[in-house]
Ligand binder design. Structure first.
Ligand code: SF4
Length: 354
């Protein structure tokens, strides 16, 4: 299928200064997991997330008593902060007044459409968008009970009905998500949403995807399909881990799909019987050192001089290892030979020159 990226069909929504939709680069987001009433911890986490390339951050406001800390975080945050609110429209309304760059609610649990309308009025007043976030675990009970619809249809129908309601109120500043923890359910749901509400920017993600390894694979497989089909204006990879890992995973996925790139990509061989160095340790060391580099370069770490440079000919810089040494090369051409112990420093030096 021909790529239709980036998605130009959707409307533009601004989350603080970050554009979402209408062909804007797919925005990377994550969610804070420090205690909601701990301003210092949340700001420290935002700093780490921003460094990793997070562009939009979401903060839960579980109780009214957390509104003061939410306001303080919004005031000091370098990133736009989205208020995540369940069950209590008054909290969402107050968050809109206190600096939220966007509200994330599920109309199904915020108290029905009358309460939702109060939140819409507050967002309109504050000139901020709302994400309508539906998920499989909190579907409207009537819809959930329907035997004639499969889960993706229920999720898409639920989200599309809410969109219709928002638009009937004259409120178009919306983003939609409809997530499930099952990958193919999520893919089917977003395909339906993209067809049914093509103008509405979509926040894509596989919810409750799991711990680091499984979560990244589930998210990347599902979101990779969607992004390749031109579906998705902003993404979050939900992991049971440090949110910084979510951001790194988002960027790695976007780079793998050639959509966006902000950090180095490592091309490293799987090693074979020709390899005469500890290449796994070497590649990991290079990866660690490259974390502080914000340059979209391709760095190759290859196990042998026979095939290495050829297999990584498109790398901006690379090393092909021999016995006790490595040949540093750029775009397939040899630059110099260094001792095994100097390989990483030599690579970093050449990257510095780039
Ligand atoms: Fe084997 Fe060399 Fe290829 Fe690495 S680059 S997998 S060591 S042939």
């Amino acid at each position: 299928m021909e790529s239709q990226r980036p998605n130009a069909k959707t409307r533009r929504v601004m989350v603080g200064a970050v554009p979402v939709g209408k062909g804007a680069p797919c925005a990377v987001q994550s969610m804070l997991n420090a205690a909601a009433d701990d301003v210092t911890a949340n700001l420290a986490q935002i700093e780490r997330l921003a460094e990793a390339g997070c562009e939009i951050v979401r903060m839960a406001i579980p109780r009214k008593s957390c509104l003061d800390s939410f306001e303080a975080v919004c005031a000091a945050s370098p990133l736009p902060v989205v208020a995540d609110v369940h069950f209590d429209a008054d909290i969402a309304i107050e968050a809109a007044k206190r600096g939220a760059a966007k509200l994330r609610i599920n109309p199904g649990n915020i108290g029905g459409l009358a309460e939702t309308d109060r939140v819409i009025a507050a967002a309109r007043e504050a000139r901020i968008p709302i994400r309508i976030g539906v998920n499989a675990g909190s579907l409207d009970s009537e819809l959930a009970a329907r035997a004639d619809l499969a889960l993706p249809e229920k999720l898409a129908r639920s989200a599309a009905d809410y969109v219709k309601h928002f638009e009937e109120q004259g409120f178009y500043d919306i983003v939609v998500s409809a997530k499930a923890h099952d990958v193919m359910t999520t893919v089917a749901t977003y395909r339906m949403l993209s067809a049914e509400i093509p103008a509405v920017p979509l926040h894509i993600g596989v919810t409750e995807a799991g711990t680091l390894f499984q979560g990244i694979i589930k998210s990347a497989s599902g979101l990779g399909i969607l992004l390749e089909e031109g579906i998705g204006d902003t993404l979050r990879i939900s992991l049971t881990d440090d949110p910084v890992e979510e951001v790194r995973a988002c960027w790695t996925l976007l780079a793998a799909l050639d959509l966006r790139r902000r950090s180095p990509e490592i091309i490293s061989c799987p090693t074979c019987g020709r390899c005469q160095v500890d290449l796994i340790a070497l590649a990991k060391e290079v990866e660690g050192r490259l974390r502080s580099v914000s340059l979209p370069v391709k760095v190759a770490v290859m196990g042998c001089v026979v095939n290495g440079p050829g297999e990584a000919a498109d790398a901006d810089i690379g090393v092909a290892c021999g016995k006790g040494s490595g040949v540093i090369f750029a775009q397939g051409k040899t630059l110099r030979k260094v001792d095994e112990g100097d390989i990483v420093d030599a690579l970093m030096e050449e990257i510095g020159r780039l």
